[in-house]
Design a binder for this molecule. Structure first.
Ligand SMILES: O=P(O)(O)O[C@H]1O[C@H](CO)[C@@H](O)[C@H]1O
Ligand SMILES: O=c1cc[nH]c(=O)[nH]1
Length: 340
């Protein structure tokens, strides 16, 4: 297994108030006297081969251990927020820049992965904002490289949150769903990864305490419908989510509604396309940190399949998870909230 903890990195969790006063160190603070329990917050990787590699090129992020000083660039990261769309993740970074009252203007918020057009990445103080594209393969590649990045950078006590959009089941559009468990298309709390020619089944439980904390946070925002429920993750937006409006469809409206109602009875409140692998990798792949999935619903799938919201409503809905997470981050950092 790759070595986990450099003896000399310090964790900020016990010292989150250090961010009050808006001092964002660009590199980790080193202290050789950490207790073992503090050390457990470092980001681990579970790959024995990494130790023997002279260099690790994070190809899709356009970063590498020889070409970049990863601890200096990312060592102070405490929150990683991921979402499908590059524009949304840039908007979130600009929003956090403003909310954290960081120095400089929006033009200082630059895409760290500009050398590749696969993903975008922005860093605002202790918050990293990264796009992951659509679907399990796309987010999975990004997460492999992100987890290695956090490991190489010796980050500790990192919270990772997916902020996305989804289709709701039996709930009012615009509702924010905080996932307790991600489930597959059979409503099972598992993610099946094909490794060589084996299927490896991984758990998709998410951090219940973090979910509760986020729900409590949402209660402080007025007119902000939020609930905790299961999220179903599919391999496709159309047939895979029981839509009648794709290029292909081989089932009836009755079959569709029967499936979605069974999902509802199994506790599913929304459907998206990344949560199972996100939960499995964050839980398993050494990210010994809380992870959450927070997605706004754009429609009620019991009513319709097409997303026909006016542009301004769509934009406002997409901002809801961002608003909640910004509030949560500011609370964690001990900063006063002036947005609401
Ligand atoms: O809003 P994002 O994060 O893109 O996620 C959701 O939106 C996409 C489909 O439109 C899928 O990737 C789904 O998971
Ligand atoms: O219905 C929806 C809406 C957004 N994202 C999805 O995956 N499904």
């Amino acid at each position: 297994m790759a070595s986990v903890l450099p003896a000399s990195n310090s964790c900020m969790r016990a010292d989150r108030k250090a961010y009050v006063g808006l001092v964002f160190p660009s590199a980790p603070q080193y202290s050789p006297t950490l207790s073992p329990c503090v050390r457990k917050g470092f980001v681990h990787v579970k790959n024995p081969h990494l130790d023997s590699m002279e260099e690790d090129i994070l190809y899709h992020l356009d970063l590498g251990t020889k070409t970049h000083d990863l601890p200096a660039m990312f060592g102070d990261v405490k929150f990683v927020c991921v979402g499908g769309s590059p524009n949304r993740m840039k908007a979130f970074a600009l929003f956090m820049h403003k909310e954290l009252e960081l120095e400089g203007g929006g033009e200082d918020v630059k895409d760290i992965c500009a050398g590749t057009d696969r993903y975008c990445m922005y860093k605002t103080g202790p918050v990293l904002s990264i796009s992951h594209g659509m679907g399990i393969p796309s987010i999975s590649i990004m997460l492999h490289e992100l987890i290695k990045l956090l490991h190489h950078a010796r980050c500790c006590d990192v919270t990772i949150i997916r902020i996305g959009t989804s289709g709701g089941i039996g709930i009012v559009p615009g509702t924010v769903v905080i996932t307790d468990t991600a489930v597959d298309s059979f409503f099972k709390p598992q993610f099946e990864q094909v490794i060589l020619d084996n299927i490896v089944t991984r758990s998709t439980e998410l951090d219940k305490d973090l979910a509760e904390e986020l729900l409590n946070c949402s209660k402080e925002i007025s007119n902000f419908p939020t609930l905790i429920g299961h999220t179903m993750c599919t391999y496709d937006f159309y047939e895979g989510q029981g839509r009648l409006d794709g290029a292909l469809c081989s089932f009836s409206r009755e079959k569709k509604l029967d499936y979605l109602k069974r999902a509802y009875r199994a506790g599913v409140r929304n459907i998206e396309m990344e949560s199972t692998v996100f939960a499995a990798m964050c839980g398993l792949c050494g990210l010994k940190v809380p992870a959450a999935v927070v997605c706004v619903t754009l429609l009620d799938r019991l009513d319709c399949d097409q997303i026909n919201l006016p542009h301004d409503v769509l934009v406002e809905y997409q901002q809801r998870p961002q608003l909640l997470i910004s509030k949560f981050i500011k609370q964690q950092l001990g900063l006063h909230d002036q947005t609401l």
